[in-house]
Design a protein around this ligand. Sequence first.
Ligand code: PLP
Length: 239
Amino acid sequence: MADYSATIRENYQRVLEKIARAARSVGRRPDSIKLVVVTKGHPLEILQAVVAAGAHDLGENYVEEALPKIAALTDGEITWHMIGHIQSRKARPIAEHFSWVQSVDILNLARRLDGFAAEIGRVIPVLLECNVSGEETKFGWAAWNETRWPEFAAEIAPLVDFPNLEVRGLMTMPPYDPDPEKSRPYFEELGRLRDFLAVRFPQTHWSELSMGMSGDYEVAVQSGATLVRVGTAIVGPRQ
Ligand SMILES: *Cc1c(COP(=O)(O)O)cnc(C)c1O
């Protein structure tokens, strides 16, 4: 127990330091980046150690796995981020139990989240997950072809007006590559897409860019990430 708690604490601190260093290397303030610790595939004890290490933001991918963890971890103020692909029929428990939904990738899901949020009287901050690489296995709005961004904007136009969702920005996951530099063009593309949407929808906040995982979060921070989603580098490999 003491073992893995100490390791998680060290890992967490090391990642925070690397985020700060990457931020300063491009003239950004380290506190403009939020670290979301991704805990999918790990048991409750690990999450408790993560919280004890100082984390406030936790990310989970699967609603069935997350709900018992959310129910059990009541101490401290945890912001729960849904970051995994969501089937529309699972929208209700997500609207009820998650603070943020980063993986909104289709209009029907957004509409259902908005409806359930209205029922319980809350406004959910959401990110639009975008596929800027064209990789076929990735979820997300098709946004790899800049000439089609106007169509993309038209598609999401109803979404930005849903009263119980508050669009805060974009999320992406580039193709896996052991070389983090390979992710940089995709991170920069997400920033350009954000700028494009901010002109189209000036009444919406587009300030958040969720990008960067264990292998490439420093490059993501240099490219403008405001949220990084780091699992393995803090909590080790998943079971
Ligand atoms: C699992 C996952 C992460 C974390 O990945 P690591 O490589 O373990 O840091 C980040 N984002 C999403 C969407 C994930 O599914």
